[in-house]
Design a protein around this ligand. Structure first.
Ligand code: FEO
Length: 403
């Protein structure tokens, strides 16, 4: 036995040679509670090809897995499907160590790799639809620009009906299992949805187009091998269907009540809105920012029809915790939301107006008037909050009926 890291065969002549990162908990602001994997794949065709690489600190783990199959110097081609550094961080060193005959990326990928690494190495640009012969096997490239970076592309291994999909259909999930069907389905669905809600949501219109493009292309896809998380070899229609549902963001009857609080006043308002929503027949998720991270919020908003946001005023502003989450959510561009703003204050009441402003920028359709409570909400204010919840629930039911 030469080393402890082993490759895992995922298809005829194709091996997973990536790395498992059990400890990562912060992926540029997204809480990765179950860690992640950086997947790379080795195709033992006549032209031995490596699909993507791994994050820089994991280079030796990847090379060790490859070394169980071949001398890494035997790699002929490296294909970079995505230049973000969790997949390209080790590429310059790999190129140096392996000296591959050719390195391929999309047109934008070539630029992105040069911009990242100021490399002198030649990287060959491939076009959408172009076919690359590996001798006894062949790869078709499919540009997926802005899914989720300008350089992103898919590579389809024709003979195995295998799609290397970079970030798409991936998830941040460290596991000993390499296939999705070996892992509990509720975990898979939760992590795939969290990944979609935190990374891919802004590109939903493009994802719908891509799903249509793949459908009409007639490509027969039997295995999907993403750059994070497990490989899909069963239930492809299930994950494709979920992607369509998430991308469409059709109105649902679920409301997210998001708040932070100083002395429980805004919290009491949130709980009263919650009661009104329940009385009106909505599904409700109440999220205190003391208990939930911004990426939990993104997950819950993915299938919500309403976003109701509350913060007290602190030093003429909403609480910084809420500014963080709203900035994050605005960037994720959820659509088809209705909503409202609320919060307590002492002597000035800027927070509610600021929240309303951000919700308006997010094109959230505001229901009713914002509700403010001086210091501590009285009974009438709490009843007003309850009625706001009911009004939102009514609108949700109507939208779901029409939707
Ligand atoms: Fe997994 Fe967009 O990098």
């Amino acid at each position: 036995m030469s080393n402890v890291y082993k490759p895992i065969q995922i298809s005829d002549k194709v091996y997973w040679v990536g790395a498992v990162d059990w400890t990562i908990r912060d992926f540029h602001g997204y809480t990765t509670k179950r860690g992640s994997t950086y997947n790379a794949y080795l195709i033992l065709a006549d032209k031995i090809s490596l699909i993507d690489t791994v994050k820089k600190p994991f280079k030796d783990e990847m090379l060790a897995r490859i070394a169980e199959l071949i001398d890494p110097k035997e790699i002929d081609y490296i294909i970079s499907n995505h230049s973000e550094m969790d997949h390209s961080g080790s590429l310059p060193e790999i190129i140096k160590e392996v000296s591959p005959e050719k390195v391929f990326a999309s047109h934008m990928g070539v630029k992105a790799l040069h911009d990242h690494f100021a490399t002198e190495d030649e990287i060959i640009a491939v076009k959408d639809g172009e076919e690359l012969s590996l001798g006894n096997m062949s790869i078709i490239f499919m540009e997926t620009r802005m899914l989720h970076w300008p350089d992103s592309m898919f590579s389809y291994l024709k003979e195995n009906k295998l799609l290397f999909s970079q970030d798409a259909f991936g998830m941040h999930l460290a596991s000993a299992e390499r296939f999705a069907d070996e892992i509990k389905k509720d975990i898979i669905e939760y992590e795939a949805a969290t990944y979609y809600g935190n990374i891919l949501l802004p590109y939903s219109p493009l994802i719908l187009k891509l799903l249509d493009k793949v459908a009409v292309s007639g490509l027969d896809i039997r295995i999907v091998a993403p750059d994070h998380g497990p490989v899909w070899r069963k239930d492809l229609s299930w994950i494709l269907g979920l992607y369509r549902t998430w991308a469409e963001q059709k109105p649902t009857t679920k409301a997210v009540v998001l708040y932070d609080t100083m002395w429980h006043s805004t919290e009491h308002m949130a709980r009263s809105i919650e009661e009104g929503l329940i009385a009106g027949g909505a599904r409700v998720k109440v999220m205190s920012l003391g208990a939930f991270h911004r990426s939990d919020v993104a997950y819950e908003v993915l299938d919500a029809g309403a976003l109701i946001v509350g913060s007290p005023t602190l030093n003429n502003n909403m609480l910084p915790s809420m500014a963080d989450v709203l900035t994050y959510l605005k960037g994720l561009r959820p659509v088809n939301l209705i909503g409202a703003a609320f919060g307590s204050y002492g002597w000035s009441a800027e927070s509610v107006k600021q929240i309303q402003g951000i919700l308006a920028e997010m094109k959230v359709d505001l229901v009713g008037e914002p509700i403010k409570a001086k210091y501590v909400p009285d009974k009438d204010t709490l009843l007003e909050c309850f009625e706001l919840g009911k009004a939102v629930a009514d609108r949700l039911k109507q939208a779901a009926k029409n939707g």
